[in-house]
Design a protein around this ligand. Structure first.
Ligand code: NAP
Length: 329
């Protein structure tokens, strides 16, 4: 373990006893489902880079890879250093026989998925365990009850809910007090500021956000769709298409000016902005190579000035809200 004292890089996670880095590693890319050109050596090196970069919080899920590829990589990378990290995983979505993700958040499924995740990650407890997404066939309260039971049995330390509306979050919280929620959020997709973030602040529930980088678009290095392989699934997302793509490129050009002024990269400006928004506790940053995480982790080490934030606000307003597949308020 590095001797670096990272206390200044820690935030309390909701009302829990966990102190987490405001930038956490998202391990969806290394599951190899949508991100191309992955390999075990780079994925393991990315996970092992966390400690040196000041990151102590790692996000995965039962369904990150048809056979738990991401959770298995975590075991392989962190076998000797498990106790230095806080591991978050999710339940309630799996791959079916046809190879498609499907929801099943029945209590019995949650209990068995948790056992499997513990085994894959080589650990005796999951620090934060989320319902990945509500299952329309199962009341949220029932799924929440299963996670509450896992906390009682000691397999899980704290509960989270992801991809839930505010009403679903409240339903969950009434059965099993939540430590964190996980929702999409970035400079151009800020709907959760309306209702969910204020409620979480009031209840001291942490808000952990995904897609701060808009799946790589806001990292500032994608300036032509030709950079994406024909089979790169990002081409299907509205933000990578037509007029949305053009508007995003113009917006990134504005961010580039601010980044150059600060001597930072676009990705660092974007992540720094995200982790300093009121009520946002953690930005999950996906990575499959150490250099990517090195860049985004460095966003924890400084702060945009009031003037720079003002310039960003102006650029965001000029760009307007980006299209999203699904909106969480
Ligand atoms: N709860 C949920 O339903 C849910 C949904 C989505 C995500 N998540 C979580 O949130 C995490 C973040 O989401 P995400 O990984 O999908 O997207 P993201 O963090 O917005 O973007 C990740 C992608 O950005 C690119 N990237 C990262 N650092 C970069 C850098 N420094 N320079 C240039 N490009 C860079 C990489 O693209 P390349 O692959 O092209 O290198 C990487 O795959 C996930 O990994 C997962 O843990 C949760």
């Amino acid at each position: 373990m590095t001797n670096t004292n990272n206390n200044h890089l820690r935030r309390q996670l909701g009302n829990s006893a966990l102190a987490v880095s405001p930038v956490a590693l998202g391990t969806w890319p290394m599951a190899g489902v949508t991100s191309l050109d992955i390999n075990d050596d780079d994925s393991l090196a990315t996970l092992r880079a966390c400690a040196e970069l000041g990151i102590n919080f790692i996000d995965t899920a039962y369904c990150y890879g048809p056979n738990g590829e991401s959770e298995n990589l975590i075991r392989r990378a962190l076998a000797e250093s498990r106790d230095q990290f806080l591991l978050a995983s999710k339940c309630g979505i799996h791959y079916n026989a046809e190879g498609n993700q499907t929801g099943d958040a029945r209590p019995e499924t949650i209990l068995s998925e948790c056992d499997e995740s513990l085994q894959r990650m080589g650990t005796d407890r999951i620090d934060l365990y989320y319902l990945h997404s509500p299952d329309p066939k199962v009341p949220v309260a029932e799924s929440a009850g299963a996670i509450r039971d896992l906390i009682v049995s000691g397999k899980v330390r704290y509960a989270g809910a992801s991809n839930c509306s505010l009403e679903q979050i409240q339903e969950f919280h009434a059965v099993c007090p939540l430590t964190a929620v996980q929702l999409p959020y970035n400079m151009l997709q800020r709907d959760i500021e309306q209702q969910t973030v204020p409620w979480c602040r009031k209840e001291n529930v942490a808000v952990i956000v995904y897609w701060a980088l808009m799946k790589g678009l806001l990292a500032g290095r994608l300036n032509s769709l030709d950079q994406l392989a024909e089979n790169d699934s990002r081409r299907k997302y509205p933000m990578y298409q037509g007029e949305e793509w053009e508007k995003n490129q113009a917006f990134i050009a504005q961010l580039q000016k601010i980044a150059s002024e600060c001597g930072k990269t676009v990705a660092q400006v974007v992540v720094n902005w995200t982790i300093h928004q009121p009520g946002i506790t953690v930005a999950l940053c996906g990575a499959k190579r150490p250099w990517q995480l090195e860049e985004t982790a460095a966003a924890m080490q400084w702060q945009l000035t009031t003037d720079q934030l003002q310039t960003i606000d102006t650029a965001i307003a000029a760009r307007g809200k980006a299209a999203a597949k699904r909106v969480f308020r």
